[in-house]
Design a binder for this molecule. Structure first.
Ligand code: UD1
Length: 420
């Protein structure tokens, strides 16, 4: 088991380059199943979740070729299987996209119930509602979701919950369906727009991605092409917070600054200076961080995937802050870990009340999930006077490319220790 060892207290300085978005990548790889030709996907992050999906695509029959570390060529015309029951795939959340893509391509799909980070119940009823509305029959047998449809026919679907996964999944199933599908009350995250852009470039007719209503006009087939994935908003936010918590001055590069507006606004409220360039944000930490109140919401609100990292920053603000989790029922499991650093946090339902402390102390911390793991690293970067060790980093490797190398290049003292 590997762990990350951090000597906190170093100010971070310099430039960090952000990779392609994990949540776009894990949707676009399954989406290639709908394409009758070769997709070349560029700016793919080199992370575990992408590796797992690449393997999954191969086991379905796709021919994939690594062009370079961030570029993969996928010929999905050879996919012959509609059943994805591999244990590895079922442990990740994004495996549900195989359902929409395989159903769209074959009119049949069998996928194990998705796993992923545990934030309490994560139902997929809205995905299922959408597939059923398109004409699919759905059965869940022994934790496997089975979808079948003689033909998929476009219709109007209203999502009862704003769901990223359901929005993309229904879009995938609708691309090759007959007629027009209108999906209402959809999520608007940048990766939803990215998946729609990819599919449109391959010949789909999707309008409205990024607004509350998406309209998909079914087409006969999609053709191959080359597509570059959007920068990762969550990775960018994590490095912005790393700069702020260490009293640093960092340019977070290769990003779309508009995607970061909710994060930049909250950081500015804390007294952090943020300078905006065309494709970067420069984050300059103040001497004293002011407290603030944050609530996570669907995009363009503050992202739930930055909730743990932001909470760590609030632990060292001067005064009392609140963090309300507005998306998931239980995304505060990491707080017990954080308390080991001397952070003062009290959880009341979906609200954390955070009383700022002048400093954090080094501790042994466990990554309880992907973003919580990043938050533990941030706490370690702040904690002076000894070594913070972050355990269970397999979660972090699922979603962050070369995190210790990037932080080291900015001046952090962090290294990976792999047990023999
Ligand atoms: C995706 C992201 C995850 C992010 C989350 C919210 C991927 C692979 N994962 O997860 O990183 O934290 O969006 O931005 O892109 N819900 C239902 N029924 C459904 C679907 C969702 O009730 O059928 C609820 C969920 O329990 C949750 C809320 O809707 O409370 C939002 O979930 P959703 O947007 O679907 O999240 P995921 O797609 O799981």
């Amino acid at each position: 088991m590997s762990k990350l060892c951090i000597q906190g207290g170093n100010r971070l300085n310099g430039d960090v380059i952000i990779n392609g978005a994990k949540n776009a990548a894990v949707a676009i790889l399954p989406a290639t199943i709908l394409v009758d030709g070769i997709s070349v996907i560029d700016n793919l992050p080199a992370i575990k979740d992408v590796e797992i999906l690449n393997e999954a695509m191969r086991s379905l029959g796709a021919v994939t070729r690594t062009i370079d570390e961030h570029t993969l060529e996928i010929d999905a015309s050879t996919v012959y299987q509609y059943s994805a029951l591999d244990d590895c795939v079922s442990r990740m959340r994004a495996s549900y996209y195989l359902l929409g893509a395989l159903l769209g391509r074959f009119g049949k799909a069998e996928v194990a119930m998705p796993g992923g980070c545990d934030f309490g119940g994560r139902p997929i009823d809205q995905h299922i509602k959408g597939f059923q509305a398109l004409g699919a029959k759905i059965e869940v047998v022994d934790n496997v979701i089975k979808a079948t449809a003689e033909r998929l026919v476009g219709t109007r679907i209203y999502l009862d919950v704003v769901s990223v996964g359901a929005t993309i999944n229904i879009m995938l199933a609708a691309v090759l369906a007959e007629g027009i599908t209108v999906i209402e009350n959809v999520a608007k995250e940048p990766h939803i727009v990215d998946v729609a852009n990819y599919l449109n470039m391959m010949g789909a007719e999707i309008k409205g991605a990024g607004t509350d209503v998406i309209r998909v006009k079914g087409v006969e087939k999609l053709h191959g092409g080359k597509y570059s994935i959007v920068p990762d908003q969550i990775e960018a936010g994590t490095y912005m917070i790393a700069a702020a918590i260490t009293g640093g001055d960092v340019r977070v590069c290769n990003i779309i600054p508009e995607h970061m507006e909710s994060v930049s606004s909250k950081m500015r409220e804390m007294g952090i200076e943020i300078q905006e360039g065309d494709d970067y944000l420069r984050v300059i930490a103040p001497k004293v961080l002011k407290p603030t109140n944050v609530k996570t919401l669907p995009y363009p609100g503050f992202p739930t995937d930055l909730q743990p990292q932001m909470a760590v920053l609030l632990t060292v603000a001067q005064g009392v802050s609140t963090m309300v989790e507005g998306i998931f029922e239980n995304r505060f499991q990491y707080i017990d870990q954080l308390k080991a650093t001397g952070a003062k946090i009290q959880v009341e339902g979906n609200k954390a009340i955070i009383e700022g402390v002048p400093e954090l102390k080094p501790a042994h911390l466990k990554a309880t999930d992907l973003r919580a793991g990043a938050a533990m690293i941030l706490a370690g970067l702040k904690a002076e006077g000894g070594e913070t060790v972050v355990h269970n980093i397999k979660y972090i490797d699922r979603g962050y490319e070369s995190i210790e190398a990037k932080l080291s290049a900015l001046g952090a003292s962090i290294y990976r220790k792999t047990a023999q």
